[in-house]
Design a protein around this ligand. Sequence first.
Ligand SMILES: [Fe+2]
Length: 431
Amino acid sequence: MVTSLHRRGPHLDPRELAGRFARVRGFTEALARPLSPEDCGLQSMPDASPTKWHLAHTTWFFEALVLGPGGEPPFDPAFGYLFNSYYEAIGPRHARPRRGMLSRPSFAEVLAYRADVDRRVISLLDRLADGRDDEIRSLVDLGLHHEQQHQELILTDIKHALGENPLHPAYRAAPRRPEPLPQPAPGRAELAWIDHPGGLCSIGHAGPGFAFDNEEPRHRVHLTPFRLADRLVTSGEVMEFIADRGYERPELWLSDGWAAARADGWGAPLYWEIGGGAPRIFSLDGLRPIDPCEPACHLSYYEADAIARWAGARLPTEAEWEVVAASAPLRGNFVESGLLHPRPAPPREGAPRQLFGDVWEWTASAYLPYPGYRAWEGAVGEYNGKFMSGQMVLRGGSCATPETHARATYRNFFPPGARWQFSGLRLARDA
Ligand SMILES: [Fe+2]
């Protein structure tokens, strides 16, 4: 049995899809607008890609999967090699750690590539009439969700690149001011526990809405009773962890985490500056004071696990997170807020806060296939399934995630040592 990406095709209206295509593609370019061509070529580490590469790769995705199979010639035959990410079925590619070497094509040429593919995809959607209709609509839809993933990566990758600059430059000229909070600081950090009775529960995606193959099939899980913190762990709590010598106490750490912390000299979350004076964090608006009430961010799984252990708690499993999040409104601090930084929790209302947006939440769950998982058929089968080894699941989305890209069943995944994403944690306990 094959999980069908194309079953969603009949539910997609071509005109709605064309409008969404224009909006999503335009937003990607808007994210690059504050940057210089020099900024757009930077690659600060093998895991991060230059902005220019993201702009081209997302375009290649439409060209390779939507236009090419219909017989359309490529914009430039060399681009398939330069901008294929990891699709073995499509062909060989330029080495990922060397993406920063691509000074040619120029930024202007990449924008011309984008404009050409945009015009051809819109034209194709306008004249959908052949037997590939469902398949084309499904692949364009997938290409837009893929592009939204890269929108977040544009922000996290350029943050890392700018963070390497001793001048600590801001990504943009005029940051938006944080929204005023409705109550004074002391109350913002209050924490309550949400009790869940456990039992036989269901997680995973079902129905006609978009989901990646790794969110399916919906299936049952048995949970023992548990408690979930009603907000994210704050930077103030991580300051307490540091003051309590948390980074120096091996009994708090997983063995691999302790080794990583020693090898890389971790003494605080990534982007923190705590040597003398008030603690500061590098943000997309440059260095700023750390608000003790804001969610802790740029933590690896290893740090999140150690902080949870220090707090007398643990990380939630992805199933625990999802059964609580499934009934929560999909609201939060996403990229559309323009803050590009996590913000303190709103006042308590008796329901869990910050489940969506602000920071991705590390879970205790390894990134594995759900029971009955089948990868999509064809080249897109390489999208998720082949990465189900050595990575941990994160849930909920961040302040760099597009709101329409988030959902309760969404499974993000990163290696346990990764810190450059907007990643934090929420505590859980056995009831
Ligand atoms: Fe990609």
